[in-house]
Design a protein around this ligand. Structure first.
Ligand code: NPW
Ligand code: K
Length: 518
């Protein structure tokens, strides 16, 4: 499990250590220098003689970079600090100069970017957890915009004139590797927003614990490989801000049958999905539930013949269930399916059956529901759901601030909300947040959501009683389902195209491997 804490939580945790004189910056800088040395070795075969440029901002983030530069200098690295503020960390600056490094005061963003572009490794120490709203502006903003590809309003000099710097936009061995100090500078450290230029990192070295913005999109896409340096900070372990589950966590959440289990005790999942026009969604959702190993799958809808032809294990017609999946391939104007879903919602509300509410069923959601109901919108569907509830939003708005709007949907509906994406966010009871980045980009394909819904329904059916006893469990199960879904795509075809059916078929092997690794 990867836990993260907000800037305020980290500051509160470091305070007593700093007061006791623990040299946290020295520890952080030493570890940072070690990572930079490793990157140099990866790129050049050796550390000695490597060219490192430090981008240094006004605070302790810059201090970390300067001290790391001093350590690197002593290992024979050529280190130049580009000071991007009128004043940079005094001690760090003195340490770098004493070790034989150089400090260059940058006054021109184009010149600064040209110097930075010549490095083997560029260390981004402009801003860390002291970032205020609004991202990088002024000279630092212009320099980073120039380096990152000049995306920001063509003003590369920061003085209104046009620059001519070739940015780092293109990947390749001839561009510097970027190592970000604590966070890529300019991201919303606590919410993952990106409101200005940011230098995409190859590696981010974060101190004490991860920060939410490193796990949440869109900033999460700029982090590269994440290395967490443990500083023994007394962080509140039971109250992380955002969590990313690992394989062993998902395995621990999986409803593994006991020897005395029978099909009803293992859970029955009811699936209301599909229509004559969209039969595939019903086949995929029921297949995923069957292949995830639930006790029984009960199908309700107009394409029972097709479902049973593809999955003879499925039972059709009404009956008792432990959890529901509503909505894959359901159009809200399909009166019969609408009636079935509305009727089933009564069980969800009265008997406490957990439910996955997907696609067309999102429009049939009662005004408020318990947290054992999981909504699984993509960004466009979340925008529509919130627009229907008085917030005029577009898909792009949701993509810019996915955590904000997922949280709001949870607060307004009471449901656990899973926002599908390359990074999948889940917000549940008590404001718990999960950010899962397990899915390969190939998984963005038709029908993948139907598979996720079926798989999650199977998990919830297997843990229906636990979910009722512990309201926080639903979000964890939803996050674990996202993890298994992403892993199944890798199993189906590592690093290549996948089909939704292929992902469903890969579930038994994926789950077996996951349980074996725990
Ligand atoms: N956690 C730990 O245990 C350890 C943490 N350590 C390190 O300390 C870092 C935090 O350092 P920090 O508190 O000095 O803040 P930092 O991010 O350097 O920036 C503050 C400066 O930036 C300015 N500024 C802010 N926003 C701005 C903007 N948008 N545009 C322009 N300027 C802006 C701000 O100005 P002000 O708000 O004061 O006007 C202030 O001058 C942390 O990330 C980690 O690297 C390690 O050393 C030890 C162990
Ligand atoms: K930084």
């Amino acid at each position: 499990m990867l836990q993260s804490w907000t800037s305020a939580q980290v500051r509160a945790a470091e305070e007593p250590l700093l007061a006791a004189g623990v040299p946290l910056m020295q520890h952080a800088a030493f570890a940072l220098a070690g990572v930079v040395a490793r990157v140099l070795r990866e790129r050049r075969g050796r550390v000695v003689g490597g060219q490192v440029v430090l981008l240094v901002g006004p605070g302790n983030n810059g201090g970390d970079a300067l001290h790391a530069g001093a350590f690197l200098r002593r290992r024979g690295v050529d280190v130049v600090a580009l000071a991007l503020a009128p004043r940079v960390h005094d001690e760090g600056r003195a340490a770098l100069l004493a070790a034989g490094g150089r400090v260059h005061e940058v006054t021109d963003a184009v010149d600064g970017a040209a110097r930075a572009g010549r490095a083997d490794v560029l260390v981004d120490g402009i801003l860390g957890i002291g970032t205020r709203d609004g991202g990088l502006t002024g000279l630092a903003g212009a320099l980073v915009a120039a380096l990152a590809g000049g995306a920001v309003e063509g003003d590369a000099r920061g003085d209104g004139s046009r620059g001519g710097v070739v940015g780092l936009g293109a990947h390749g061995a001839d561009r510097p590797a970027v190592v970000a100090v604590d966070t890529p500078s300019g991201i919303g450290v606590d919410d993952g927003t990106v409101s200005g230029p940011v230098l995409p990192a190859d590696v981010t070295v974060t101190f004490g614990g991860a920060k939410p913005g490193l796990l949440i999109p869109p900033a999460a896409h700029l982090v590269g490989r994440l290395e967490v340096i443990d500083l023994d900070l007394p962080l509140p372990d039971h109250h992380p801000a955002v969590v990313r589950l690992a394989d062993r966590d998902a395995a621990a959440l999986w409803p593994v049958p006991t020897r005395s289990a029978h099909k009803y005790s293992r859970g029955v999942v009811g699936v209301v999905a599909g229509a004559r026009r969209y039969p595939g969604a019903a086949v995929l959702a029921t297949s995923a539930a069957v292949l995830a190993g639930v006790g029984m799958v009960r199908y309700l809808g107009d394409v029972a013949d097709l479902v049973v032809a593809r999955r003879p294990e499925v039972v059709t017609g009404p009956g008792r269930v432990q959890a529901w999946v509503f909505g894959p391939g359901v159009s809200p104007d399909d009166a019969a399916q609408r009636r079935r879903i509305e009727h089933a919602f009564e069980g969800v509300l009265q008997r406490g059956e957990p439910a996955v509410v997907d696609a067309g069923a999102l429009e049939l959601l009662p005004p408020t529901v318990p947290t054992h109901v999981v909504l699984t919108p993509h960004a466009g569907e979340l925008a529509r759901l919130l627009t229907d509830r008085g917030h005029r939003l577009t898909r792009a708005d949701v993509e810019r601030e996915p955590l904000r709007w997922t949280r709001l949907a949870h607060e307004m509906t009471g449901a656990t909300v899973l926002l599908k994406g390359h990074v999948t966010l889940v917000v549940g009871a008590g404001g718990a947040v999960y950010a899962q980045a397990d899915a390969p980009p190939w998984l963005a394909t038709a029908g993948a959501g139907d598979v996720l819904a079926g798989l999650m329904g199977a998990m919830l059916a297997g843990r229906a009683d636990d979910v009722l006893d512990d309201p926080t469990l639903t979000a964890a199960v939803a996050a674990a389902a996202a993890l298994v879904h992403g892993r199944a795509a890798h199993t189906a075809n590592p690093d290549g195209p996948v089909t939704a059916r292929g992902v469903a078929l890969a579930l038994p092997e994926t789950i077996r491997t996951l349980l074996a690794s725990a």
